[in-house]
Design a protein around this ligand. Structure first.
Ligand code: GTP
Ligand code: MG
Length: 191
């Protein structure tokens, strides 16, 4: 089986990096030199998508798709979400807007996935640059207001997108949820 995980999240969270770190093949990206406020954060930004591939054994393959973080490319979010069987949201923990970023991407996905139930995980990056607050802020948010589209309780992991084991753990968690969903139906866990 071949299926797609979509990585979403704000500019600089590490979507392109995560896919480059984990992909079995040289990941294709569509980055351009950033010219606007993004240029103050980093040199390149994704305009269309990143594409990588990870073999899961027994002939199973997952396509790793990275969305652009910038709002001006949000038309791509519609297109990419249509293909996705699971979603990973990456959040940059060093940004003051970290919780707003999570809320924003949850609601952007919610508005594009009416009636769908998707395995989802949250990866929190740049924890090395911001030891507080604790990751409990995200877990509380997701427990108190569970996203309508999530098919199971959402795991929150600290992730350094440059570390293969961190990114692999994220992908394996949503792959396991997808397998459970296919075996047992639409929703798993408390819903
Ligand atoms: N210090 C630190 N750097 C990280 C961590 N995770 C990722 N990075 C770095 O943060 C940067 C993230 O850049 P990208 O991967 O291009 O970000 P993106 O999410 O694809 O951004 P857009 O495509 O512009 O939306 C890269 O330089 C990564 O190496 C982390 O946990 N800690
Ligand atoms: Mg990118």
């Amino acid at each position: 089986m071949e299926w797609s995980i979509l990585f979403m999240g704000p500019v600089g969270a590490g979507k392109t990096q995560a896919i480059q770190t984990l992909s079995d093949i040289a990941a294709a990206d569509t980055e351009i030199v950033a010219t606007d406020e993004t240029a103050q954060m980093k040199q390149f930004t994704t305009v269309t998508m990143d594409v990588g591939v990870l073999g899961l054994g027994a002939g199973d393959k997952v396509r790793l798709i990275g969305a652009p973080g910038q709002d001006r490319f949000d038309f791509m979010w519609d297109i990419l979400l249509e293909q996705a069987k699971a979603v990973v949201i990456l959040i940059d923990h060093s940004r003051d807007s970290r919780l707003d970023d999570l809320n924003k991407f949850v609601s952007e996905i919610e508005s594009r996935t009416a009636g769908l139930r998707l395995p989802m995980a949250v990866g929190v990056t740049h924890v090395d640059l911001a030891s507080s607050p604790s990751l409990a802020i995200y877990r509380e948010r997701l427990t108190n207001q569970p996203p309508k589209f999530a098919c199971a309780p959402i795991p929150v992991f600290p992730v350094d997108a440059r570390e293969i084991n961190d990114v692999r753990a994220l992908v394996i968690s949503v792959a396991a949820m997808l397998e459970m969903k296919m075996l047992f139906g639409k929703s798993i866990g408390h819903r």
